[in-house]
Design a protein around this ligand. Structure first.
Ligand code: MG
Length: 288
């Protein structure tokens, strides 16, 4: 191509050749990429065969492969993001094609729609049937990590971590696709991972409400909640009071109670939430 297109102007950095024909500018880069721009870009490019398009995993608007719901998919999801008390728990679950129907029939769906006993039953079943990995960031660790990363970045790091762990566990098997329950744009997600040594990128798709595209994401949300529930129970036991989920007024009251008892909030709660300030306010007013 370089021989075909005579360079007509000074070359910008990183380019190998650049040429202009009526209606098209052609730029060849050192990387091997060739860019056709202008009115007749398509026709000119087609002289060289079928164009190579950008892989789907970098685009925001992603089309999933055909029959996606039936494929062997590694899915990931997290719980605890919006809850003041308790951990941030992220899970990845690999659901093989042959288990898709089994899990759907067993009632695996978005964990938010399931009661605690059902979470416990299904969580145990999924963990028995499918390769999985969980990272459970308890408040002590969360409060330390969130000073270094913002919450979305911390989530991205957790997703990447659990996905990689499961990929290692199932080797040499590879999933047909990986589906992340989307919480930021794909570009942002990968930007957050820049400093990670291993970045799971190949075959990765992002979808909001990921559980409606493949049962693997629903399974991941159930496993995450299963582990999260256990941690909540344990923390409640240590606190000597049932720690509520969410971030509403009842949460402020319980946090204030812990403060009055001089317990360490950092051990039970995500301190950067507004609830911390409210709890201090309540605790102080009651003292006066
Ligand atoms: Mg989610």
């Amino acid at each position: 191509m370089q021989k075909h297109y005579l360079t007509v102007e000074k070359l910008p950095k990183g380019t190998l050749f650049r040429s202009k024909t009526p209606g098209v500018t052609i730029t060849g880069y050192n990387s091997g990429k060739v860019l056709f721009q202008g009115k007749y870009a398509q026709q000119e490019a087609s002289r060289w065969g079928t164009p190579h398009t950008t892989p789907a995993n970098f685009q925001d608007d992603q089309g999933l492969p055909n029959n996606f719901a039936e494929l062997s998919v590694l899915g990931s999801d997290e719980v605890g993001t919006g809850s003041y008390f308790g951990p941030l728990t992220t899970a990845a679950v690999f659901v093989k094609h042959e288990y898709v129907d089994t899990l759907i029939k067993a009632g695996v769906k978005d964990s938010k729609k399931l009661s605690d006993p059902v979470i416990n039953r299904l969580g145990a079943k999924i963990m028995q049937l499918c390769p999985y990995h969980v990272v459970n960031v308890v408040p002590d660790n969360y409060n330390r990590l969130v000073k270094k990363y913002n919450q979305a970045q911390l989530k991205a790091i957790c997703h990447n971590f659990v996905l990689n762990k499961v990929l290692q566990k199932i080797k040499p098997t590879q999933p047909d696709a990986i589906l992340i329950d989307q919480f930021v744009r794909p570009q942002t997600y990968f930007n957050y991972l820049k400093e990670q040594t291993v970045i799971v990128k190949k075959g990765v798709y992002f979808k909001e409400k990921g559980e409606s595209y493949h049962v693997a994401v629903a399974a991941a949300s159930i496993v995450a909640r299963y582990v999260s529930l256990r941690t909540m129970d344990q923390l409640s036991q240590e606190a000597g009071i049932t720690l509520p989920i969410g971030s509403g007024n009842n949460v402020d009251q319980v946090a204030a109670e812990l403060l009055r008892e001089q317990q360490s909030l950092a051990h039970f709660a995500k301190l950067h939430f507004k609830n911390t300030r409210k709890a201090h306010h309540i605790a102080q007013n009651k003292l006066e």
